[in-house]
Each structure stands twice: as C-alpha cells, then as structure tokens.
Design a protein around this ligand. Sequence first.
Ligand code: ATP
Length: 591
Amino acid sequence: MMLFSELAEYYDRLESVSSRLKMIDITTELLKSADEDEIANIIYMTQGVLAPPFEGVEFGVAEKIVEDAIVVATGYSKQDVEKDYKKQGDLGLTAQSLRSTSKLKRMNTKNNSVNEVHGVMLGIARTSGPGSKDAKIKMLANLMAAGTPLEAKYMARYPLGQLRLGLGDSTILEALSKASTGERNFKAELERAYNLCSDLGLLGERLFKDGTKSIEGFRVALFKPIRPALAERLPTAEEIIERMHGECAVEQKYDGFRCQVHKDGNKIKLYSRRLEETTEMFPDMIKAVKDEVKADRIIFEGEALAFNEATNEFFPFQETIQRKRKHGIEEKVEEMPLHLFAFDLMYLDGEDYISRPYKDRRNALEGVLRGSKLIVPSTQIITSSPKELEKFFIDSIGDGLEGIVAKDLSAPYVAGARKFSWIKMKRSYRGELSDTLDLVIVGYFLGRGSRAEFQFGGLLCAVYNGAKDVFETISKIGTGFTEEQMKEFKRMLDGIKVKSKPPRVDAVMEPDFWVYPKYVVTVKADEITKSPTHTCGKERMPDGIEVGYALRFPRIVGEGTVRQDKSAEEATTTKEVIEMFRQQKKVGVGD
Ligand code: ATP
C-alpha cells in the first residue's frame, strides 16, 4: 500500500528534474512501488484527473475553496493566505509553506494512503447542490490538516487541475513499459491498447493484474472511446492517387464536429474529437441513433452538422458549433437539428472491425444505415483517376464544403495516429500557406506602450514533437489581438503560470512568463520560414548554429481565444510542419 506522502515525494522529485529520461526513471520507480489495486488511481492522479478523462468527472473546486481549506487547515487568516498566494502565484506553494509554519499542530496523525486520498477527492467532486461549498472545504481541509506540508502542496493543486508535474501520457506509457517488462519497447503495444480505450488507469491495472498478454490481446470495447484516426495532407490530386497506389475512396469533407457513437441496445453515448462525453448535449442525435441504426451493438463515427430547415442547407461551422452547449439545448434542437455523415465503423454486434480493410467497414456501415434519414453515410466516389478526384474536389467546394478526404480501401482503422491511409485536401491549400496550425501556448509577453494597460503583449507558441515528447517553439504572436482577447488570454494564462521553463518545452526565445503547456490556439500564417530563434524541427547547420522553422505573419484565427477540442499533445506536430514546408516549396506561396 502506498501512502500519499510517498506519492507526494515522487511528485516533488519529478518537479525538480528537467530531463525527460530522469522523469521516466522516477515515474517507473513510482509505478513499480504501486499495488495492483491502487495502480489505476495512481495513474489517474498523475494525469491530474480522478477517472479516465472521457468520464468527465470534474472536481468543481475553485481557487476560493482551496484558499478557504488552507485557512481551516493551517489556522492562518484569509488575508494571510491571499497575501502569500499573491507573492508565490501558486496555491500549492502557499499550502505547503503555511502548513509548515502552521499555528495548528498536525491535527490528526493518520497517514492517508493514496487510495484514501483519491476516495476523499472523489467525494469532493461528487458533492454538489446547496451547502456543497462548505462541505468541499471541510473535506479538503481535513486532508491537508492530516498531511505533511508536501502533501498539502499537491492536495491544493490536484483539485485545481494544476499538478504541474510536466509529464504527459507518453511518459506514463513508457514508464509502464519499463515497470512491467524492464524495457522500453513494450510501449508500442501499450500505445496500441491505449489508442483503443483512452484509459491509462485501466491499462495499468490490466497489466499489473493479468500481465503483458492481456495488453497484447486488448480489443475495442463499448463505452471506451477510441482515439480518432487522423488524416495526412497533400496538395494535389496526382499526389494523392500516387500515394494511394491507384484506386481509393474519396469522400466529401464536412465541416462540423466529429462524433463517435457507442450503442448497446438502448444505451447510447456520444464522444467528441477530444473524447469528452457529449451525450447530454445532443438528445436529437441519440433519438436518431435509436430510430435509424440497424444494429444492437455498434461503435461508429461521423461528422455532425446542423441543418437549417428554412433554407434547406447545412449551417456553416460557426453556427453548427452553437449546438455544443450545456444549457438551452431543447431550443437549439428545434432551431438547428443535427445530421450525421457517418464515415467509419469500428465495432458491430460482437465483431471488432478496427483491423478490417476500409472497404469492408464501409460496406457494413452502409448495411446498418440502409434507408436512414438523419444519419447517412458520407458521400463518396471510388476512383483511380486524378482528374475525377479533382472534379469531385471542385464540386465539393462548389457545394460549400471544406474539401475531400481520400481513404485507402485496404487500410485498417488506425486509431490515434495520423497516417496516409486518410489524406485530406482542403480549399485553403490553394491559397495562402496550406492550412492553419494548432499551436500550444508555452509563454506570454508583457505589453509595451498602450498595451501595458492590459499587461499583455503576445504569445509564445509551440508545436508538439511526438518522437521526443516535447513542445518546440515556432512563433511569437504579437499582433492582431482584440482588447477582449488580450484580457481573456491574460486571465487564462495567469492561472497556469510557472516559475521557470517547463521541462517539456524546448525554446531559445524567453517570454516574460512561462506557462504550463495546456491551451491550443489556431493560427494562420503567410509562410513557413527557417529561423534560429525557434526550435521546431531544429537542425545544426555546418557553421554550428541551430536553425528551426518559424511562421511569417502569424495571427490567431477566429473571434475567441483557445481551441477547446484539442489538448496540448494534439497540436500540430513538428513532423507536419516539416511536411507543410516541403509542400509549400512545391506549390509556391500564393500560387
Ligand atoms: P485533425 O483532426 O486532422 O487533427 P483538424 O481537427 O484541424 O485536424 P481537419 O484538418 O479539418 O481537422 O481534418 C480532419 C477532420 O475532418 C476529422 O477529424 C473529421 O472531424 C472531419 N471530417 C469531415 N468529413 C470527414 C470524412 N468524410 N472522413 C473523415 N473525416 C472527416
């Protein structure tokens, strides 16, 4: 049995190292010392969550609650807590230092185990309704009062979703591999299973209880969302056909939101691109699945679009996205009913379809949707002619769609990976720089001149390098913000400020403040250039200088601020940037 104080020691060590290899070693040691009935909780806690993210278990704990809990647990006044927080900028550090100089003795000397702390935290999350604020404060304060200062630090950070350990899923997977086999190379097998169930805790538990065989035999399961297959991009019909070795399926690319449907009899759940459960938001879709899908048990996927009955057209993305809401759902169902263009099938009545060729998946999908109205298969042609593909692309764009996605007829469903079995070609590739980029904010700059008023002067943004599991900077975005955006960015980023460069960030440029890599913004630029000030895809030149890729004239796209449907690890990758750079040279900028 592991005590929470031991876990806190591991976290403290993780925070103090900056090399990824050391992080893996510490995490391996941590996992090895866990029992099989606590490994799942330890993994969730280390991910900063209470349960697999798709279950959407929220703490419902605001900073004020943590501040009040520190007051109760330490005997300091509210003013003392606020003052210290202002000074340190991190409630974890405040909890730790005030706990260590606490006027109260360690109230109860019970050493809480990891499972006990997890249980109380779950209790805090499940407490809602009138009086819940006080109850949450009390539960959290009791935990802190019984723990050491170091425990208090992580007990304060955990419910705020700000553990700041700086390690991602990839590090946990590698550590699980080393903890179970002593080697790194079982990671690939673990990753495969993770892509099928999106639940690291479950994998850890299976591994510890039933060994590596249970991971090798891992299959898709209902109500465990599958990590989505992603598309590569190419700029011309010729290149697509060449890459597909001739015949392929070409489908219209709809610009709505991705929807993964799981159905077991009358139990139906929906998951978003980010694998968040969205069942409650779309009662009309649930009804359509019930009425139209001729299968008892099924997992399939499609793009949901809102339909405008007045004009008999689909709403554009900006309107469709209004259906993603927590309140006023019924009105919107009336106003903008959803249609689903189904494009893949992963499981059907006891059969795993993931590894079957696309041709077969599509046939079976068409079978279960025969005669349906609201959920229909995506429009598709099969062709080996670049001319025909090009015409389909032009026609699709003429119909107001985004472009096309070509699909390899013999490829399996490649969960959680961007592979050439799907290739997208979009309208935007023909204009400015091919496509937008989704960048992770890793730091921000303070304003000068009139902007100083908001104390915000721009963002330092990065792409994700999956091979190294680090974020490499590609751009400083300093212009084009509205006042609203500046205020909002400042507010959001202040909440995730860190004292020094996070270990998984690789940068040459120094922002005024580093932030924990969390938020993703969509950025447009005129061109990808080479530059020594950024680390994205950096290469050492013959003269010894390292040169990476950078963006020319970057600007944030859209009215809002961050992209809610992508996590930091789902940002554009270094590999993609290199590929975009190559394609840009080929097409010619502004071609
Ligand atoms: P990505 O999902 O590739 O990371 P992104 O979120 O920016 O990037 P796009 O570049 O627009 O999305 O391309 C992929 C998305 O297109 C899919 O995730 C899916 O939601 C959508 N899509 C629309 N129509 C189809 C289709 N027929 N087949 C596959 N995906 C489609």
